[in-house]
Write a protein that binds this ligand. Structure first.
Ligand code: SAM
Ligand code: DTB
Ligand code: SF4
Length: 329
């Protein structure tokens, strides 16, 4: 009897462990569902976890622009590509505070500061600590994306009250070397571990439309969904093609495949804010609406992303009005 009980328990335990890890086969099955079935499932899960009409707004600010030593082949800020970008030094804290005030007045709940660094230096961390404290004092959630972090740097940012750290995996482990050679996938996972250990929330997602296969979108989402805990915030970027970058001639991804990626992300990470991120400027209102139906419930809000344009706030507010979407605090 006890033996039987033990074996049942052991089986249960095994089932639990297996259940926790999403396999790539399971995720591929989701991608392969009829579109309407996939979107229905995503919307159902979305409603179990969020107000169906709620959207969260994050505003980006590039606090240090261009001249980055990394070779990310999608990025206009890499010093290796001639993109005509104007390099800008680290912005003074006062300027960051002013931008945060404007973001808050315009309705954003989170302010995300991005810097074109491989990893910050100690003096950069000290500067960002001051900026984070000041932005928080404005009543905004704070997020930063500053490149790779050591455990100590993550601890300093966490102690300053940084709510979220954004560090994207960008694509699957297999496709990654096609896109970036100057830092490894494992480097990224290590930074994400440091962010978690420092008690901050994780903002981690990727880019689609970089010429990857569906297998790579599956691989990216598998890696994200199998993190324990899962990221609280998952930006899904559609590649913004910038002249001079190696990816500027990449073939457009089928827009419905982009929507599928959002839907699968929502199903796999039911409690995450799935952010419809870069690429919105080129999307129709109807395409964005499909993404919201598929479970996206956050956007980057503001005139610009980091160095490229974004859908305008006026346009976004008009779309929310048409859709009767409510901005959450
Ligand atoms: N330098 C830091 C880093 O890479 O960790 C932080 C800033 S970096 C610009 C933040 C993220 O923006 C990248 O990881 C990438 O996912 C996204 N990104 C950059 N250029 C993009 C583009 N052209 N289209 C879409 N997403 C892009
Ligand atoms: C993220 O996933 N996308 C944002 C933010 N995190 C930092 C950046 C998008 C950048 C798009 C290209 C640019 O404007 O430079
Ligand atoms: Fe540098 Fe970040 Fe751009 Fe890569 S994505 S080139 S690390 S700014």
């Amino acid at each position: 009897m006890t033996e039987q009980l033990l074996s049942v328990e052991a089986t249960d335990l095994k089932t639990q462990i297996v259940d926790q890890a999403y396999t790539k086969a399971q995720i591929t099955e989701l991608f392969d569902l009829p579109f309407l079935e996939l979107v229905f499932r995503a919307q159902s899960i979305h409603r179990q976890n969020f107000e169906s009409t709620d959207i969260q707004l994050s505003t980006l600010m590039s606090v240090k622009t261009g001249a980055c030593p990394e070779d990310c082949s999608y990025c206009p800020q890499s010093a290796r590509y001639k993109t005509g970008l104007e390099v800008e030094q680290l912005k003074p804290v006062a300027e960051i505070i002013e931008a945060a005030k404007v973001a808050k007045a315009n309705g954003a709940s989170r302010f995300c500061m991005g810097a074109a660094w491989r990893s910050p230096k100690q003096k950069d961390i000290e500067h960002m600590v001051e900026a984070i404290e000041a932005v928080r004092a404005q009543g905004l959630e704070t997020c930063a994306t500053l490149g790779m972090l050591s455990a100590g740097q993550a601890a300093d940012l966490g102690a300053a009250g940084l709510d979220y750290y954004n560090h994207n995996l960008d694509t699957s482990p297999e496709y990654y070397p096609e896109v970036i050679s100057t830092r490894t996938y494992q480097d990224r996972l290590d930074t994400l571990d440091h962010v978690r250990d420092a008690g901050m929330k994780v903002c981690c997602g990727g880019i689609v439309g970089m010429g990857e296969g569906q297998v790579d979108r599956v691989g990216l989402l598998a890696t994200l969904a199998n993190m324990d805990p899962q990221p609280e915030s998952v930006p899904i970027n559609n590649l913004v093609k910038v002249e001079g970058t190696p990816l500027d001639q990449t073939e457009e991804l089928d827009p419905l495949e982009f929507v599928r990626t959002i839907a699968v992300a929502r199903i796999l990470m039911p409690q995450a804010r799935v952010r419809l991120s870069a690429g919105r400027e080129e999307m129709s209102d109807e395409m964005q609406t499909l993404c919201f139906i598929a479970g996206a419930n956050s956007i980057f809000y503001g005139e610009d992303l980091l160095t490229t344009g974004n859908a305008t706030p006026e346009h976004d507010l008009a779309l929310f009005e048409r859709l009767k979407i409510k901005v959450s605090g």
